[in-house]
Design a protein around this ligand. Structure first.
Ligand SMILES: [Zn+2]
Length: 124
């Protein structure tokens, strides 16, 4: 797990990142659920999502920003929750998917779920 030069998110921050978007992919138009029951083991769940770094966790990675500190790189604000397909896509085609684009998507995904949550509360 450790021993690398990656500034990875903590497990707790990954979970909060996912919960803030209701475990749905933040890629516009996707919204795929990334968590569900394990088919054989009633005590387990499948997590098919990724806490993707907006600015890469390590030098040479997509959208790496050398000005950031390790604490900033591993901070929850530097992550966006995605399904595995879109997590891979944004890191492969990283000139198309800029940091500012990803930050916009993250804000949009969280806003949509905040509205949905508030609506559900009002309609109880
Ligand atoms: Zn997706």
């Amino acid at each position: 797990m450790s021993g690398s030069n990656r500034d990875d998110f903590t497990p707790n921050n990954k979970r909060i990142m996912a919960e803030r978007v209701s475990w749905k992919c933040s890629f516009p138009g996707c919204g795929r659920n990334t968590v569900g029951p394990h088919s054989d083991d009633p005590t387990k769940r499948i997590n098919n999502g990724i806490a993707a770094h907006i600015h890469a966790a390590a030098s040479g990675g997509p959208r790496y920003n050398p000005q950031m500190t390790p604490e900033e790189r591993k901070h929850i604000s530097n992550g966006i929750w995605m399904c595995r397909d879109h997590g891979n896509l944004i890191d492969t085609d990283y000139t198309v998917y800029s940091a500012s684009t990803l930050l916009d998507w993250k804000a949009q995904a969280e806003k949509e779920l905040q509205i949905a949550l508030n609506y559900q509360l009002k309609s109880l």
